[in-house]
Design a binder for this molecule. Structure first.
Ligand SMILES: [Zn+2]
Length: 220
């Protein structure tokens, strides 16, 4: 499957999953050191075709395709410019994750072992006016380590080595947010004890070869 058809597939998927409504959200992949393929602005992700994708350079100028690049391309550019291992970016407004973002809460506490291993710490980026430079600037303190971020009063963004990886992080984030939402409706979640958290990090490294960066470790 070509990188273009893969990007289209995951555009449809975020809409089907309800992670975006109407024209919300934007997805992109890095093509090479000069070009990024991104959804154009003002389209429903559920109906994206090849004609709805534009190629932009690392300054956000359109190189190929018709229409304007997504208004949130600055989110994507910040990630690609700062992390060479990131090759795909997904930005959505999933209901539960965005609800936590509107409460001003990131996912920085150790609650679910699998989430800790697959997403690491999910920081909250301070509220910023969409489409301005405030938005990438709000992500800047966390861009060197995070694989997913919550944007205060706005939504979520996830990164991947490929589009599938970025999408699955978004799915995992929204799933965790949904569980936490249910937990809070019947009580209060409990944190994994510090000793067990350390054990988890040790096992992650020795058994799965997952090295968890110091900054990615959960707050305690
Ligand atoms: Zn948005």
């Amino acid at each position: 499957m070509s990188i273009t058809s893969e990007l289209i597939e995951f555009c449809h998927k975020v809409y089907e999953k309800g992670y975006v409504a109407a024209y919300d959200g934007n997805l992109s992949v890095r093509l090479d050191s000069e070009r990024i393929l991104i959804t154009r602005s003002g389209i429903c992700k559920g109906n994206v075709t090849e004609d709805d994708l534009v190629e932009i350079d690392y300054e956000g100028n359109v190189l190929n395709g018709s229409g304007k690049a997504s208004t949130e391309s600055k989110i994507h550019l910040l990630a690609y410019k700062n992390r060479k291992e990131i090759n795909a970016v997904v930005h959505c407004h999933p209901i539960h994750a965005t609800a936590f973002a509107s409460l001003g809460e990131g996912f920085t506490q150790p609650i679910f072992p699998e989430v800790i291993l697959s997403l690491g710490k999910v920081p909250l980026c301070k509220y910023a006016t969409p489409s301005t430079d405030q938005l990438p600037n709000s992500m800047r303190p966390h861009i060197d380590y995070a694989w997913a971020m919550l944007l205060e009063n706005h939504g979520a963004v996830s990164f991947g080595k490929n589009i599938k990886g970025a999408y699955f992080r978004m799915e995992k984030l929204e799933h965790a947010a949904q569980i936490l939402f249910v937990a809070r409706s019947i009580g209060r979640e409990r944190k994994i004890p510090l000793l067990k958290l350390k054990e988890l990090y040790d096992i992650a490294e020795s058994t799965y070869g997952i090295k968890i960066d110091k900054k990615s470790r959960m707050d305690f």
